[in-house]
Design a protein around this ligand. Sequence first.
Ligand SMILES: C[S@@+](CC[C@H](N)C(=O)[O-])C[C@H]1O[C@@H](n2cnc3c(N)ncnc32)[C@H](O)[C@@H]1O
Length: 553
Amino acid sequence: MGWRGLTVAPERTHHLLNGAPAYSARFLEVLKFHDPGLAPAVDAAGATHIDLSGQPVYADRFIRTFGFYEGRAAVHSLVGCFHILPDGSALSCLRFAWCGNFQEARCAVRNVEGRYLHLGVDGQPAYEKSWRYVGDYRDGVAVVQRDDGLHSHIDKSGSHVHLKWFVDLDVFHKGYARARDDVGWMHVDGAGLALYERRFANVEPFYNGQARVERFDGGLEVIDEHGDTVVELRGGRRSEFAALSADMVGFWRTEAIAAAVELGIFEALPGTTADIAGRLGLDHGRLNALLRALVELSLVEKRGTIWVRTARGEYLAKDNPLTLADAAGEYAGPLRKLWGSLAVALRDTDWRTPDVFSDVAADPLRVQSHHRMLRSYARHDYPSVPKAMQLRGDELVMDVGGGLGVLAEMLLDEYPKLRVILLDRTEVIAQARANPNERLQLLSGDLFERWDVKVDVVVLARVLHDWDDERAARILANARKVLQVGGRVFVVEMLIPDDGAFGGLCDLHLLTATGGRERTAKEFENLFRQAGFEPTAVQTLAALPSIIEGVAR
Ligand SMILES: C[S@@+](CC[C@H](N)C(=O)[O-])C[C@H]1O[C@@H](n2cnc3c(N)ncnc32)[C@H](O)[C@@H]1O
């Protein structure tokens, strides 16, 4: 009988053979035997591997040892983690922060810089790159996660199996992999293409052509490879009636948040109800009602008798650099009023597009608040944009409709020799002047008038989505005029997919607020071509916006 007949005794101090101790030695702990007949064991001196007779097979001791896989075992030592061969010698001189087990002649490790990669059988990196995370190989393919959190598949040489990236991803089981996009889980084929349009809360791998999936309403069903229902295993667990009712009163949330901000609740925390009521001059009972609603919205919580802001509630504090306090007022006030005309906007061909920027300009207080709101979104969404743009670093960049200059400043920080011209409306430029930077030139101007400059790069961050195709094309035509052939344009915008509903409500928001629209990558590329740009790349970022890049022809 070989090592397969040995089992770990219930006390975990030795192994059994046919129910009797396989040897006389006792250990602090033993694990299962693996090929070639060695088991991890811990004695008073440390962690080692033992043979079938319970004898340590080498003299060294480690902090921790793991089972042999493909003739190599991971060990933790004082100088780091590495693999040993059955005689206890190190596979290579490399040391890691963590080592996995060999599978299919590859092994996942994390190096001391915190980066993951795969080793080959010689213990050396199997390819040059390193990743935020890597999984084990299965049938020659592994999942890797890049720094922006998205996942894809690589082969054993580290090359991409396809160029699709997903929020979450699994290895292939019988030709299909489980994958998740922003909407939900699906199955993809070897090219990374979705097998069907539906998305689910969860999916299992395909089993003889069918897979069990959980719908977003909690229902369970078995689907075929077209995503069609074969059999329903459990009906929806959430009531569609209740879900619809909750959607219809979505404004309760908008208004409760705006009222709390207006009353200064988030500045008055932490405190007891009596403290806050006293500070803000509010009725105790009504304040309590508001605080309870804010708990339901995960914005405050009660610790003992003290109300405190939650991590989410912190974003409503007015002194938070990412404050959404201004957004709360905008959404409950003027922007909500514009939504009230949605049916008119959709139905009436002569509906007049709102001029939100002139409306904002007409109220000096709203100029401040509206642009603080945009500044918070920019601070939140743009940190990865400058690096992703991969500029040379010495260009003159024009940030058109650049607002208070958040992206411009991020660009100047990333590229110390860069110069930026920021163009925006007069009242916005006046507010932007509060943050002078000698490499930043502020220019009052109009998106639709001639821009009297020559630059190397034009950036349009969340500008085109405010306008219909005709006006977006005019802005891009202006961008083309300030560039020479070879000059580059970067559009930073959320992309909506060719199929599917993602971004649908955002699209309606733009229609009501500015008469604008969200666009697919193809729609941007068409606009680029009309304006004399050749589309060159679309980069998806972990944050909401993508970067659509073009070169002036
Ligand atoms: C949605 S904001 C984007 C701001 C900034 N780029 C960002 O991403 O945070 C649109 C910007 O376009 C500016 N804008 C709107 N109409 C304009 C016009 N006719 N001329 C110049 N700028 C304009 C607004 O003032 C605002 O700063």
